[in-house]
Design a protein around this ligand. Structure first.
Ligand SMILES: [Fe+2]
Length: 267
């Protein structure tokens, strides 16, 4: 049965909706055990996150693993554990899908997952080591009625050097998701500058943790919200950390972070 987000989901202890997190145990480079997964979930709750999408890696080095039904079962098991331990967090199914020309076919075959498992938004991870332009895939998915969320473009060296690369993607309706920790410089100065440029220009409409553990890849949504509130404004922070992530799960159209219309990122 498909999960649905309700207003009650975001009025508990937490307020943020995190659409990108490696919180399922034993799937990828996230937590190895259920105990570790629960520790990460407690850290998410402490970071004021109410709803999280479990996005284990699919394709790339995990090709043939972490297929849709296994992820759905993992999410069911984690939600059951969270409930039994009174940890106030709701987990949705999703995936962080490595760029691959088979993606439209694999969605159709129900082998890879969209964000929230509602066939509206696909989270696409482009390779770091070599640049492959995802524009043809983004266009193909758009013609199939699926919008692409490109995860953390600010952490890609090629895109940092050529920011206009993203413009054709946006024309096909793609959305950009910045990693929360990039905003404070955890991924270096270039990623930090690019993240802020993408948010200020209105090109990035989503912030997510991409958390993997409680030590090095920790959730930093509260810090991001505070920094965006100070740097761009509270309404922008609410939009990219709460409202737009919720719209992804509802299959709705996202709004720009900044009040201005989308602009080109300079430099
Ligand atoms: Fe990720």
């Amino acid at each position: 049965m498909k999960q649905q987000i309700s207003n009650n989901s975001v009025v508990g202890m937490g307020r943020y909706v995190d659409i990108h997190c490696h919180c399922l145990p034993g799937f990828d480079d996230g937590p190895a055990t259920m105990a570790n997964a629960l520790s990460l979930c407690r850290a998410l709750v402490k970071d004021e996150i109410a709803v999280v999408v479990a996005t284990p890696h699919q394709l790339g080095r995990f090709d043939g693993k972490n297929e849709a039904d296994a992820v759905r079962q993992g999410v069911f098991d984690l939600n059951r554990e969270l409930k039994s331990k009174n940890i106030p967090l709701i987990v949705f199914a999703g995936a962080d899908v490595r760029l691959d020309e088979r993606i439209p076919y694999l969605i159709e075959a129900d082998r890879i997952l969209t964000v929230g498992d509602n066939n509206q938004y696909l989270m696409l991870e482009i390779p770091h080591e070599v640049f492959i332009n995802p524009e043809p895939l983004i266009a193909q998915l758009a013609s199939d009625g699926i919008k692409t969320i490109v995860s953390h473009p600010e952490r890609n060296e090629f895109i940092c050097n050529k920011p206009k690369t993203v413009l054709p993607w946006l024309k096909h309706g793609a959305c950009l998701q910045v990693t929360a920790a990039s905003l404070s410089g955890d991924f270096g100065t270039a990623a930090k500058m690019m993240a802020w440029n993408l948010l200020r220009s209105g090109q990035a409409k989503l912030v997510a943790t991409d958390a993997h553990d409680c030590k090095t890849r920790v959730p930093r949504m509260s810090d991001a919200f505070r920094l965006i509130s100070k740097g761009i404004g509270v309404s922008a922070a609410r939009r990219v950390c709460i409202e737009n992530p919720k719209k992804v799960l509802e299959g709705k159209v996202l709004e720009p972070a900044a009040n201005s219309v989308e602009q080109e990122v300079c430099g």
